[in-house]
Design a protein around this ligand. Sequence first.
Ligand SMILES: NC(=O)c1ccc[n+]([C@@H]2O[C@H](COP(=O)([O-])OP(=O)(O)OC[C@H]3O[C@@H](n4cnc5c(N)ncnc54)[C@H](OP(=O)(O)O)[C@@H]3O)[C@@H](O)[C@H]2O)c1
Length: 336
Amino acid sequence: MRILFIGGTGNLSYDASLRALAKGHELHHLNRGTRTDRALEGVRSIQADIRDPEAAKGALKGLSFDAVVDFIAYTPEQVALDLELFRGRTAQYVFISSASAYRKPPVHHVITEATPLANPFWSYSRDKIACESLLREEADESGFPVTIVRPSHTYGKGWIPNAWTSSDFTVAERMLAGKEIVVHGDGQSLWTLTHTRDFAAGLVGLLGNPAALGETVQITGREALTWDAIHETIAAALGVKARIVHVPSAFIAMVDPDMGEHFLGDKTYSAIFDCSKLERLVPDFRATVSFAEGLRESVEWFLADPSRRKVNPKIDASIDRVLAAWGRAMAAAKVR
Ligand SMILES: NC(=O)c1ccc[n+]([C@@H]2O[C@H](COP(=O)([O-])OP(=O)(O)OC[C@H]3O[C@@H](n4cnc5c(N)ncnc54)[C@H](OP(=O)(O)O)[C@@H]3O)[C@@H](O)[C@H]2O)c1
């Protein structure tokens, strides 16, 4: 199959690329070419900025595909450009949505594709919902061959998934320095983490799959861990003990409204996914990478080169602010 990935060198799209190549597909990437460390032999590279419509149109002129996956569409405007670019030029268009779009607070902790969508807390999720609506309208009106994929929290090498910032070393660096970290709530809600290799197996299995046309499919791992267990696993991989301080999500949101969106709009609630639809559509799909294994690989990757250990100073300061405010609140609440 002739496949185009918009992206291709990112967190999800890199392992998806390895999978597509391993399956013998002709794979094209459209990106700006900034991740030279992730250039892959066999990939045909189209260099363009997808946010520059004229450049994208020029770069794709005359090309058509069996499947296009846009990994980096976040708004209806961006999806509208994809429609312009790919109407009549692809046999399948895959939109990467997000499981954060499912209704918050949840109706039930086990989530299927039929779970209603609505997220009053997080604008990112509302935008993804609007993208899905636009694509469904287009599919109904013109028969545009859409497949909507909803990943949940998905990490690969170079990510240390946690509640604050998964794509850098901020929380891990705090752990190594013996500093306290904040885990929301009482740390006991259940959270599903998916490795990008498992996501890739599900996604590539949907490409060129006629049963996936017009369908929405969630792709996640099977392992659901408490947030405390997630942070303890990270600490164990680093060879330290986690110093966890539990703080309610609503309190975090008061101290840092931006982070509040992430907690109240997503990570506060238990999330367990029923992936039987994916298993029906892609019978050989099995999530195989345990969190302990995937995380160990990531930690080794970070520790192998000090320049990879990037800390987000804004998030680091936010954690300090939450800890300080929570300390004051607890001291004030103490019965003397
Ligand atoms: N990870 C999760 O937990 C999770 C959960 C739910 C949903 N998702 C969804 O998964 C998707 C993210 O996929 P990903 O992790 O592979 O993305 P990513 O890591 O953000 O990927 C970035 C890729 O896009 C390219 N790119 C960035 N800006 C570009 C531009 N202006 N023009 C052309 N190419 C550009 C980058 O290459 P260059 O820099 O070279 O251009 C790179 O190949 C998003 O839609 C997100 O909403 C993720």
